[in-house]
Design a protein around this ligand. Sequence first.
Ligand code: UTP
Length: 278
Amino acid sequence: MIRRCLFPAAGYGTRFLPATKAMPKEMLPILTKPLIQYGVEEAIEAGCDVMAVVTGRGKRAIEDHFDISYELEHQIKGTSKEHYLTEIRSVIDKCTFSYTRQIEMKGLGHAILSGELLIGNEPFCVILADDLCDHRDGAGVLSQMTELYNKYKCCIVAVEEIEIENSNKYGIIAGDLIEDGVLRVHNMVEKPDPKDAPTNLAIIGRYILTPEIFDVIRETKPGKGGEIQITDALLAMAKEGKVIAYKFKGKRFDCGSVEGFVEATNYFFDKEKDNLEA
Ligand code: UTP
């Protein structure tokens, strides 16, 4: 059973400026819930109860969100508005949160390495909260992946097919099909030009990693954009047959982009409108 889920959340979210000037991108709401809460709920559903968050400067709102607000509790206790807090209270009850800071933004691989002390020597999940996933009629994406982990006991990246002209926004994998929807990865390239992309299978913000990854990241040289890329570290492990890619069931929204954010808002509004108050 994987208990820990890491949330790299130190990025600047420049594509959402000025909204993200004084507020973390992960706190942007889809309807009434911040992105990171969707991620934490997905992790809880997958069986995790320890959330490890890698934050940076200006991200205090994340810690406050997953804490009791005594003033607010006092104000609305016993009123008709109390139910607005039911969901977040239940999240706080079900898991614990720990935080560390990534001092310099040196890439996703570096952010994951910054979380090492919060994870220890265990396999763990990673959620990038700005990739919002939903599987309307079934298990969440992370649950699907933890089930697969029980079978393969190796690193897993979630992938989806993209338009090849967008390959330069993603880590792209190539591999051999080992069962329906599952590939043993043999190549990975970070943000290749479409002409250099080995396939159209893009890594999205869900990973299961074994603790060996920390040593591998330590050995990984800065890559694309001068950042320490998790894709490069995983490629080293893939060469030893230790990485699989999983074509998840469900939908994924890139809420780090304005277009994906609006799409997610419309999708969740359509899904939840009967539960929202006028
Ligand atoms: P992104 O590149 O999508 O996020 O990184 P960003 O940098 O915040 O957004 P833009 O491009 O400036 O708009 C993917 C994820 O990795 C985390 C980010 O917080 C995001 O969840 N990340 C990235 C870190 O935690 N540290 C880093 O050094 C880089």
